[in-house]
Design a protein. Structure first.
Length: 78
């Protein structure tokens, strides 16, 4: 007997937030067919650029709860 997707989802919701994030990442990775070395290089450069912007103070980080609230408000206003 196999476990349904809904049952697995309900169990996953009981995990700590960090563990749910890790599980989500692992599931997404499982959909990838292979690593594109060129794309991987581009992403690493982008991550380095963004980290440098944060470190230099050129950009500031936002609190996820604030971003989520803005997105929800925007979706309700539409």
């Amino acid at each position: 007997m196999s476990t349904s997707t809904a049952d697995i989802f309900k169990e996953a919701l009981d995990l700590e937030e960090r563990d749910r994030a890790m599980l989500a990442g692992l599931l997404i990775e499982s959909l990838e067919e292979g690593i594109d070395d060129e794309l991987e290089s581009v992403w690493k450069a982008e991550v380095a650029r963004r980290a440098a912007e944060l470190d230099s103070g050129d950009v500031k980080s936002l609190i996820w709860e604030d971003v989520k609230a803005r997105l929800l408000k925007k979706s309700h206003d539409s």
